[in-house]
Design a protein around this ligand. Structure first.
Ligand SMILES: [Zn+2]
Length: 136
């Protein structure tokens, strides 16, 4: 009699899992660092976030007002159906700070698939408006 044994093939972490892990690490790191430690030239940072869901067009707005002594959290977990997307705002903030740009805007779309193996992506869009007050 032939032996039949179901085997799970051990997969390494896929791309998405790695991406999420990096996002979580970035979040942990930014929580432990204050805005002033991370960006010494910055006195205050205001992030205005507008999250648009593609399925029903619902819009959610939030504002983060961060002063120099507060922890600067520069990631945003995707509120969409993917359940695991992470928007990383750090690159945008860093670019604006380095350019001494007191106001900047940016946008990102969540590229996480709804279900593994399907081509449909989450598609939640985040628009971000930055207002930076530099130290005199
Ligand atoms: Zn998403």
């Amino acid at each position: 009699m032939a032996q039949y044994r179901k085997r799970r093939i051990a997969h390494g972490p896929n791309k998405n899992e790695e991406k999420v892990r990096r996002g979580q690490e970035a979040e942990t790191r930014s929580r432990s660092t204050s805005l002033g430690e991370r960006f010494p030239a910055v006195d205050r940072l205001i992030l205005e976030l507008t999250v648009t869901a593609p399925q029903d067009g619902s819009v959610e707005r939030s504002t983060r007002d961060i002063s120099a002594d507060q922890g600067c959290e520069l990631t945003l977990g995707c509120p969409g159906r993917c359940g695991r997307g992470v928007f990383d705002l750090a690159a945008m903030v860093t670019a604006a700070v380095e350019a001494k740009n007191p106001a900047a805007t940016g946008a990102a779309v969540c590229q996480e698939p709804f279900l593994p193996g399907l081509p449909d992506v989450c598609g939640v869009k985040v628009d971000c408006r930055l207002t930076i007050t530099f130290k005199p």
